[in-house]
Design a protein around this ligand. Structure first.
Ligand code: FDA
Length: 313
């Protein structure tokens, strides 16, 4: 019920105005969002890199409803990538990975805009990949709800013909994902495995936590046994342990852990100090409100933190 209320609040313009205007917002936003603009995002990246972490940055702009907005998102990514390179934050860690890279939601760059949406998103994604290459960085395509999975994987295939280091995201809650993992567990393929963040019907997704977790483990096994570069995106202590154990079993260092900015920061540092590559997903940009509300809906315990911040200065 709480989750439903928060998700409703995330769609209410009135609640958004109230929250955005509240003095709160600074502390809460600072915890989960890397900042409202490029300068702040670069500063947050620098801080994380100095702490021994790697970074992927997501420009918050999911509600793209026309081409003009999509073009603006592309130029935000170009600007960011240039600034990251100028700041020396895109050093390559290996053929497939850079210290800082970007994560892109295809819906933000036009995927949902009419019948030409796929074509437009592909063109825009190419521009971002080009800018990433010039900066020495890489691009990972975020995954959105299940109605976009085929389109996103199709765009990924096309992009990888020219930009082979482009990464994909697969969601363990989808019943199809174990098969997608098999398809993508090939040499040179970067795959981020997460549980999945959207409300999906039982016809396409596991709805019980245990089933999602079991699927995550099966998918993790396929990716770790394969020839690609697995990126284990989870805060779940059991899954992190299983990932580390599998890496030992396969005697591989060619994988990384990923977590969201502000979520389990001590664990992020602990894993990095133990020699693991840990990448922090840093969302930034003026449209932080919808993002933040979804993070809160994912984990109601965060509401307490939010409420405390609301009443303190
Ligand atoms: P889950 O939420 O089940 O939590 C398991 C355990 O982790 C908890 O019991 C607790 O111990 C700990 N934990 C989790 N959240 C915590 C918190 N806020 N504070 C403290 N402890 C916490 N989704 C998607 O659909 N498409 C995408 O492209 C992406 N991209 C993405 C990138 C990265 C880097 C991450 C980390 C996640 C995503 N996601 C995503 C989101 C993902 O699908 C999922 O919704 C969240 O990561 C939450 O799932 P967990 O695996 O953390 O487990």
């Amino acid at each position: 019920m709480l989750r439903t209320a928060i998700l409703a609040a995330s769609r209410s313009a009135r609640v958004q105005r109230l929250v955005t205007a509240a003095p709160v917002s600074r502390g809460v936003v600072n915890r989960f969002v890397g900042g409202a603009d490029t300068d702040a995002a670069v500063a947050a990246t620098r801080e994380l890199v100095h702490a021994g972490l790697t970074v992927t940055l997501d420009h918050l702009g999911e509600d793209t409803t026309d081409r003009r907005q999509a073009v603006a998102v592309v130029s935000a990514y170009r600007q960011l990538l240039g600034r990251l390179a100028d700041a020396g934050l895109t050093a390559r860690l290996g053929p497939l990975t850079a210290t800082a890279e970007v994560s892109v939601k295809l819906s933000a760059i036009g995927q949902a805009l009419g019948t030409d949406g796929d074509k437009l998103a592909l063109e825009h994604a190419r521009e971002i990949c080009q800018a990433a290459r010039a900066a020495g960085a890489t691009v990972t395509l975020d995954m959105e709800d299940h109605t976009t999975t085929d389109s996103t994987l199709g765009i990924l295939r096309e992009l990888r013909a020219d930009f082979p280091d482009t990464g994909a995201v697969l969601q363990a809650y989808l019943r199809r994902t174990e098969g997608d993992c098999r398809d993508l567990a090939t040499a040179g393929s970067r795959v981020r495995l997460c549980k999945g963040a959207y409300r999906e019907p039982a016809s396409v997704a596991y709805t019980k936590r245990l089933d999602v977790d079991l699927s995550y483990v099966r998918c993790l096994n396929v990716l770790m046994a394969g020839e690609g570069y697995p990126m284990l995106a989870t805060h779940d202590p059991r899954l992190i342990e299983i990932g580390a154990e599998r890496a030992k079993f396969y005697a591989t260092e060619a994988f990384e852990f990923q977590m969201l900015y502000g979520v389990r920061p001590d664990e992020q540092r602990r894993l990095a100090e133990n020699g693991n590559t840990v990448r922090v997903y840093v969302p930034y940009g003026a449209q932080w409100y919808g993002y933040l509300m979804r993070r809160l809906a994912e984990r109601p315990a965060n509401v307490e933190f939010f409420a405390r911040a609301l009443t303190s200065r």
